[in-house]
Write a protein that binds this ligand. Structure first.
Ligand SMILES: Nc1nc2c(ncn2[C@@H]2O[C@H](COP(=O)(O)OP(=O)(O)OP(=O)(O)O)[C@@H](O)[C@H]2O)c(=O)[nH]1
Ligand SMILES: [Mg+2]
Length: 210
């Protein structure tokens, strides 16, 4: 086993977790994980390490089901993830919660219209991870797919809804590391490599604290 601390990458299926993992690698060509057009590309929990990378990356399988038929498998994956975190949370110096910006409105609408007492999956996940004291960054990925106008609209909807669940989100630009009651977010695009420097910057800041 390697002694390097680990970066956790977690989120729904197909949001771009493996794509981000690959982007963070100094040598992306040797990345063996699968990146796929359909959800469920990554199915096993395993740690990815590269010689020139000062940390390991654990790119988790996506949870959340897309169709009824995969519901049971999704439940199984979710359980596996929970068990994994409970067992290994101390290995993680930082976690990225990846969300597809295109899915936010739908996810929130579903919960707010249906039943206010159930909690949107992303918020549930964030609260769950928070219990283990892993510092987190929320990545709103695939912003290349929305206009600036829509992006701002979706982000404010997201931030305001999070508040109702007791989550105090703040843009990474305005975030101070010592402010533990706040949760930073960053809009991102793998395709355009947008905000990659900022992402690497915050990862390195937390790495230094280990
Ligand atoms: N346009 C766009 N597409 C993206 C971006 N990031 C990822 N994708 C695409 O989204 C799809 C899913 O990417 P993956 O990295 O496999 O997603 P994942 O979260 O690892 O998916 P699972 O392993 O199934 O949970 C692929 O077709 C990627 O090329 C992005 O920033 N912009
Ligand atoms: Mg994957």
């Amino acid at each position: 086993m390697s002694q390097k601390p680990s970066l956790l990458i977690i989120g729904n299926s197909n949001v771009g977790k493996s794509s981000i993992t690959k982007l963070l690698m100094p040598n992306p060509r040797s990345f063996k994980g699968k990146i796929g057009k359909t959800p469920g590309s990554t199915l096993l929990i395993k740690s990815i390490s590269q010689e020139n990378l000062p940390y390991n990356i654990v790119d988790l399988p996506g949870f959340g089901y897309v169709s009824q038929s995969s519901r049971r498998r999704a439940e199984h994956i979710k359980k596996q993830i929970v068990i994994h975190i409970e067992k290994h949370y101390e290995d993680y110096f930082f976690g990225l919660v990846v969300i597809n910006i295109l899915r936010i409105e739908d996810e929130l609408k579903k919960y707010f219209i249906k039943n206010k007492r159930t909690i949107p999956l992303s918020f549930e996940l964030i609260q769950f991870l928070g219990e283990f004291q892993i510092p987190l960054l929320i990545i709103l990925n695939k912003i290349d797919k929305v206009s600036n106008f829509d992006k701002n609209k979706i982000i404010s909807l997201f931030v305001n809804s999070a508040k109702e669940y007791g989550l105090n989100l703040i843009h990474l630009d305005d975030f101070i590391l010592s402010e533990q009651s706040k949760l930073p977010y960053l809009e991102f695009s793998v395709l355009k490599k947008q905000n990659l420097q900022k992402l690497n910057g915050i990862i390195r800041k937390y790495l230094k604290k280990v």
